[in-house]
Design a protein around this ligand. Structure first.
Ligand code: PMP
Length: 390
């Protein structure tokens, strides 16, 4: 059949085994390629064969409602949340999206429709940059980007309703975030990173609007599957309508693949014949713990750079204390003259994402830890050289 072969970054030659000398370390994108190795080692868990006639149509059944969510996928999603204990799904509506990316704006758009006045969309910096970029480009007569929330005042921005976007754990800092209880606006909780390999699970989150994504669980970002867990029926219908009008549903091929992947994850932990150490959360946790420890060791020798501090907490899923295992390093340049930290990295042949993308200062740069091992080794090598230069 058709075979598409491309070497991974920094490798060349007929077998892609020849390293390219002095290859730059690309630590920009959050593509979660670290899981590729896991799926290569467990082909029986991830492989899907799709017959030509499988779910060719838009709808699953004739006359079906707007929600294009496959029942088996919905069950797998619920089982996975139950297994990890990270979120409440009972009595909630699940809205499927083409990645959680689509659902961020689906939520903003739908929440704004529920308000009589123009909504102000806010996020506390540093925030995931797509919140701002999406809101600005999709902004309608019903909502606009309004920057950071006004925590101190009791009145909302311009007196209008407020929609707050908040990632917990945060991208880029991995901080667990909650809005103060006296916040007047509605909050969209983006829990893309609230999984045991990335953070300690301390409770089953039970917020009104919660976003999750396949991308950071199994690494299948290209499959483009995300879901929202929503308490309010009217909001869930509005969000489904948004997905319907925007992409006319969500790829059935992708749903089938996601079902297989999530089922396998659940089975790997629930079948008594399987050892939990073979599960993807154990794998991801081990890899990311090691990477963070390595990174901290490198930066501990430096007075020029610092990285964020992350608390060690008890994780209910692993049943023990969980040292930090974040997806990103949020690096700060300490020297007065280093006003652009990503520029400093670039001169050391490291590409990161500038602080400005996160509504923050360019004294910060985000480096991804989610990519292949060879990518991380290259990053660590370049960082060690940079730090050793004083
Ligand atoms: N939210 C956050 C906080 C993210 O970091 C990402 C991916 N980088 C997304 C949402 C979008 O993920 P996806 O569309 O792949 O579900």
């Amino acid at each position: 059949g058709a075979q598409i072969c491309e070497c991974h970054e920094c490798f060349t030659g007929p077998d892609c085994a020849v390293p390219i000398p002095d290859c730059a370390a690309d630590a920009d994108s959050g593509d979660p390629q670290l899981f590729e190795d896991y799926w290569r080692r467990h082909p029986e868990m991830g492989t899907v064969v799709t017959p030509g006639w499988y779910r060719m149509g838009y709808q699953i059944r004739d006359g079906q409602s707007m929600n294009f969510l496959n029942n088996a996928l919905e069950a797998a999603i619920q089982e996975l949340h139950a297994l990890t204990g990270n979120a409440v799904t009972e009595g909630r509506y699940i809205v499927l999206g083409t990645g959680s990316m689509q659902l961020i704006n689906a939520a903003v758009h739908s929440l704004a429709l529920q308000q009589p006045n123009v909504s102000n969309v806010v996020a506390l910096a540093p925030y995931y940059g797509a919140y701002e970029l999406q809101t600005k480009i999709f902004s309608t007569a019903n909502y606009r980007w309004a920057g950071e929330p006004e925590r101190s005042s009791s009145t909302s921005l311009n007196g209008g309703p407020v929609i707050e976007l908040i990632a917990s754990p945060n991208n880029p800092t991995a901080t667990i975030q909650e809005v103060p209880s006296n916040t007047s606006g509605v909050v969209v909780y983006d829990h893309a990173y609230y999984w045991p390999h990335l953070t300690a699970i301390t409770k089953a989150v039970d917020n009104d609007i919660m976003l999750f994504t396949l991308s950071k669980i199994t690494g299948h970002a290209g499959t483009r599957i995300g879901w929202a867990i929503v308490k309010d029926l009217d909001l869930s219908v509005k969000m489904m309508n948004y997905v319907f009008l925007n992409t006319l549903g969500v790829s059935h091929d992708s749903q089938l693949r996601a079902t297989q992947l999530l089922h396998s994850v659940v089975k790997s932990y629930t079948r008594p014949t399987m050892s939990p150490e073979k599960g993807i959360f154990h794998y991801g946790h081990e890899v990311l713990l090691a990477r963070w420890a390595r990174l901290e060791a490198i930066f501990s020798k430096s007075s020029r750079f610092s990285v964020q501090h992350i608390e060690t907490q008890h994780c209910s899923f692993f049943g023990k204390k969980s040292a930090p295992s974040p997806g990103y390093a949020w690096v700060y340049c300490e020297r007065d003259e280093d006003v652009d930290c990503s520029e400093v990295m670039l001169r050391a042949n490291i590409t990161g994402r500038a602080g400005m993308f996160f509504g923050s200062s360019n004294r910060y740069v985000r480096l991804t830890l989610l990519r292949r091992q060879t990518n991380f080794e290259n990053l660590a090598a370049h960082l060690s050289v940079l730090v050793s230069q004083g």
